[in-house]
Design a protein around this ligand. Structure first.
Ligand SMILES: *Cc1c(COP(=O)(O)O)cnc(C)c1O
Length: 359
């Protein structure tokens, strides 16, 4: 029997999205961001499906080690770098690329002698995100220290991260780019600037390497522009089934707290999907699901293992009828909007009890 709830992963869509990104990024090399279990899509299987990417990126050393343990030897960038000598030694042993964003990380490299020469370094400039990286005024000193490492690092590149690229033609993005241009003037290293929003945004970003995450998974980073209109296809479809059908008389309520009261005699489908699976409680506020491919509004609260949908308008709904929570036919961005969050968070929060299945 198929599991009641499952995240069906379409690796054709993943590769299609990589091709769309490549075309859009006009010759830049593509670093496929697979942190957080590949945004919930499965770290190793996603990395394998994206074998055509020029590199992978993760946030934590453990994620990179899991890739190596699975035999994936691709260039792998640690987006937050390393924080101890032990981590640096492991990263060097695995030949990882390291972001260097803080003076303490340069301290480590200086004390590590030859260890660090096994790593390519990506020096990060903070151009306005104010999260990680050297401020433009600190950057020359940081760069000088990196250049003085002896022996020299295997490779050196520069990167920055955009705070507002998901807003169309944004002044913040233009200001960040200008700061980056000024800080790196006359310095001839390859650079990486764009995340998904940067790649598809209106502001042209010249860079040698792009770092898409969300777009690979077929979701749009823009509120005013669908993934479909960007040519992207959803990779994850979160599917489950109806496990009970109830007739609820007008005036009766459904679920915890009796928060939904039937305005008329209704037919309600109980679906095996809840916040224990990563289907947020806040989704109840006006979201719909697809029951047998047709939209049905949620009714009442989402509970841990179940939710309820009003299927009064639909025929033939019975135990076993398939339900889509998001994915093909129902963009995850739409569900996220109803839940008061972003597609990133819904995708990442699919819980470990939900099996990932290839399409
Ligand atoms: C997560 C991350 C990305 C990918 O961002 P998307 O918006 O998912 O494309 C790129 N760069 C850095 C530094 C990141 O942390």
């Amino acid at each position: 029997m198929r599991p009641l709830i499952r995240a069906v992963i379409n690796s054709h869509a993943l590769r299609h999205n990589l091709r769309i990104i490549r075309a859009r990024a006009a010759g830049a090399r593509v670093i496929a961001v697979v942190k957080a279990n590949a945004y919930g899509h499965g770290l190793v299987s996603t990395a394998l499906a994206l074998g055509d990417a020029d590199a992978l990126a993760v946030a934590r050393l453990e994620e990179a080690l899991a890739l190596r343990a699975a035999g994936i030897g691709a260039r792998t960038l640690l987006l937050e770098g390393v924080f101890s000598f032990g981590e640096l030694a492991e990263a060097a042993h695995e030949g990882l690329d390291l972001v260097v964003h803080d003076a303490t990380q340069i301290d480590l490299l200086e004390r590590a002698d030859a260890v660090a020469t096994r790593c390519a370094l990506w020096l990060k400039i903070d151009t306005g995100m104010n999260r990680l990286g050297f401020a433009p005024r600190e950057f020359p000193a940081a760069l000088a220290r990196i250049r003085n490492l002896s022996p020299a690092p295997r490779e050196l590149r520069l990167l920055t991260h955009l705070a507002c690229a998901n807003e169309r033609d944004d002044q913040v993005t233009r200001a960040q780019l200008e700061r980056f241009r000024v800080a790196t003037r006359g310095i001839d290293y390859e650079v990486s600037v764009a995340n998904s929003a940067g790649i598809f945004g209106a502001v042209p970003l010249g860079c040698h390497w792009v770092r898409p995450g969300l777009a690979l998974y077929g979701a749009s980073p823009f509120a005013d522009c669908s993934a479909q209109s960007l040519g992207l296809q959803p990779v994850m479809t979160l599917e489950s089934s109806v496990i009970a059908v109830r007739h609820v008389a007008r005036g009766e309520s459904v679920g915890y707290g009796g928060s939904w009261v039937a305005p008329r005699d209704s037919q309600i489908a109980i679906v095996a999907a809840g916040y224990g699976d990563g289907v947020h409680r806040s989704l109840a506020n006006g979201a719909t699901v697809l029951v047998n491919g047709r939209r049905a509004p949620l009714t009442g609260r989402v509970s841990m293992d179940m939710l309820a949908a009003d299927v009064s308008a639909l025929n033939g709904v019975r135990v076993g009828t398939p339900v889509v929570l998001w994915g093909e036919g129902l963009p995850v961005e739409e569900a996220a909007q109803h839940a008061g969050t972003i597609a990133y968070e819904l995708l990442c929060s699919v819980s470990p009890r939900v099996p990932l299945e290839p399409r």
